[in-house]
Design a protein around this ligand. Structure first.
Ligand SMILES: [Ca+2]
Ligand SMILES: [Ca+2]
Length: 481
């Protein structure tokens, strides 16, 4: 009997681990599907538009400008980002595409950081598609009464409803004056609450306008995974101007954050089966010559620096210098391996804990069986019941502690998945153990009185949900570490 009792929890453990992994895989699978796109619906074709995009590592030119973009106010372009506003009081800045965009369907991916030392920041950052460039104004550093749409990342809670930082979509036909005092909530077409300030990784916003539906997806900056987007909001039947400018603006107030944009990538979307719009004609000769000259200057400077380095370090070969630096792919692979290693260690620890419990349980069942065989029905029922009740009391006490901590939100540091799993298995053991004892007692025609019911706060369904939530938190924790 001891062998069969030991096998069953091991099977439960295996099933739970498989469930846990399946839940994660399922979640990842769901996250990859775009909103509003059913699995049967074909995804639109995407084409990158370099003339309406910018990104590092050579984002700005030597004259301080951004190719194909203009910047105004306090915006400072540098090699790997554009600081739309520095964290100083009452700053305003913006960047806008030089030329109008006339794509029917598009998708913009904006990567940015909003960081400041205060618990609260201000004012926020806005991503625009408007018929005119809003070079200066009171709406996050851009012009009011715009014609188009603004997606606002509003840090400061002007209306005091404790619902900021939030993301708000406001459409305008050129007549509406932005309701700053109410954080635009009276005019919002869509909104979601997300804390985008001071995150370990950059925030990513994917804004798509496809078949008159504007969708905003957010990567919350907790993981380095670039594709880990979650749904924020969607606006159906949205009519935007046929052509317009893309822009990003930001402003600070009495409180101030750094608003840094790392990249803005624009893609045209084409419905499946339709021809994509023809690529735009070549850039003007004047601009082409300018970029060519820029490239040559950069190349000459690089060669000169290489030569200087060779003179200063004659023993070091050129190829070895490259090997000294970790490139982006190597870094990502290293991070993946480190993450896997951590998971492997956690699973090993879990395995060790399970083995210890199994061993203890085996001993316990064997002691009970021996005692029951030795003693008479009266003595055994009292003693065994006492032992089981004491054990059950301990289980209940542990489960109650967890329930109470969970209810009051006092898990303290990190309540690990392995602990939760161990408690669940203990719970199962308790039941199994009672059944074993009851069957022994019933053979000798002794009936135990009804035992107190287990706490109802931890049903199996709740616990499975709890495991999934814990696993996601655990992954976030590992990736963050
Ligand atoms: Ca606000
Ligand atoms: Ca508010």
């Amino acid at each position: 009997m001891a062998v069969s009792t030991a096998r069953r929890p091991a099977a439960i453990g295996r099933v739970l681990i498989i469930t846990f992994l399946t839940a994660i895989i399922f979640r990842c699978g769901v996250a990859d599907v775009a909103p509003g796109a059913s699995t049967s619906e074909e995804l639109p074709h995407r084409r990158f538009e370099y003339k309406y995009s910018f990104k590092g590592p050579h984002l700005s030119q030597t004259d301080g400008g951004i190719p194909f973009w203009i910047h105004t106010g306090n915006a400072i372009p540098s090699a790997d980002q554009v600081r739309i506003t520095p964290s100083l009081r009452s700053q305003k800045g913006s960047v806008w595409t030089k030329n109008k965009v006339n794509f029917a369907h598009w998708e913009a991916e904006v990567t940015f950081r909003v960081s400041g030392r205060g618990r609260m920041g201000a004012d926020g950052l806005a991503v625009w598609f408007t018929s005119e460039q809003g070079l200066d104004g009171p709406v996050y550093g851009a012009a009011d009464q715009w014609n188009g749409v603004g997606i606002f990342f509003d840090s400061f809670d002007n209306d005091g409803k404790k619902n900021n930082p939030s993301i708000v979509v406001v459409g305008n036909n050129g007549k509406l004056v932005y309701d700053h005092q109410n954080d635009g909530t009276t005019q919002a077409l869509g909104t979601c609450l997300r804390d985008f300030r001071n995150k370990p990784y950059p925030i990513r916003a994917k804004i798509s306008y496809y078949k008159r539906t504007l969708t905003v997806m957010i990567n919350n900056g907790f993981t380095p995974d670039r594709d880990d987007y979650e749904f924020c909001t969607k606006v159906d039947n949205m009519v935007l101007p046929g052509d317009g400018f893309f822009g990003i603006s930001a402003a600070t107030g009495g409180l101030a954050d750094d608003h840094d944009v790392l990249s803005f990538l624009l893609f045209t979307l084409t419905e499946p089966g339709q021809q994509p719009p023809p690529p735009e004609s070549e850039i003007p000769k004047e601009e082409k010559d300018k970029y060519q000259e820029e490239f040559q200057n950069f190349q000459q400077e690089l060669d000169k620096k290489k030569e200087e380095f060779q003179k200063e370090h004659p023993g070091v070969q050129g190829e070895q210098i490259d090997d000294m630096y970790e490139n982006v792919n190597d870094r990502e692979i290293r991070q993946v391996f480190e993450g896997q290693n951590q998971i492997h260690l956690e699973i090993k620890q879990l395995h060790r804990q399970l083995a210890m419990i199994l061993d203890e349980q085996r001993r316990y069942v064997s002691v009970i069986t021996t005692e029951v065989t030795k003693k008479g029905p009266n003595a055994e029922s009292g003693q065994v019941r006492g032992g089981v009740n004491a054990n059950r009391y301990n289980m209940q006490h542990t489960v109650n502690t967890i329930c109470n901590n969970g209810a009051s939100g006092q898990f303290g540091g990190y309540f690990s998945f392995s602990h939760a799993l161990v408690i669940f298995i203990l719970h199962s053991f308790s039941r199994q153990q009672l059944k074993t004892v009851e069957s022994i007692l019933s053979e000798k025609a002794v009936k135990c009185p009804e035992l107190p019911a287990m706490p109802t706060c931890l049903s199996t369904l709740h616990f499975v949900i709890f495991i999934i939530v814990q696993s996601v938190l655990f992954f976030c924790y590992i990736m963050y570490k």
